[in-house]
Design a protein around this ligand. Sequence first.
Ligand code: 9L3
Ligand code: MG
Length: 136
Amino acid sequence: MTKAAYLLPVVAAALVDADGRVLLQQRPEGRSLAGLWEFPGGKVEPGETPEAALIRELEEELAITVPQACLAPAAFASAPLDDRHLLLLLYITRKWTGVPRALEASALRWVRPADMHDLPMPPADRPLIGLLDALL
Ligand code: 9L3
Ligand code: MG
């Protein structure tokens, strides 16, 4: 058994629309996990709080602004990643300003949790589908 050298904290958002659908983005070619559909987000940088990291990532990736008070911690999951172990923290939000645009992803899609099982998703995102379905 290989041991994870360290935990890598990654934050992600379930942006929920009025119909209970959740925004997924497709990871672009040339990056790790290319082509997989993920909850938008990214790594927590040193010195950053998880919430600040998520607000920054959502601005960078989708050009939307989410007030910190609108981020509700919802679920977490983990998965091996190279010599590390990714710890994915998922927040739910129903309020943001701006219309999400795929600034880094190759595509965006609004998907019901029940329909996510058919999509290729990163290993850390997949266990969150059932939890999200129960919460929405
Ligand atoms: N990751 C997995 N699921 C997610 C996100 C946002 C990220 N929902 C993985 C992909 C990368 C690592 O976390 O291996 C760092 O993410 P990024 O900085 O490449 O977005
Ligand atoms: Mg990212």
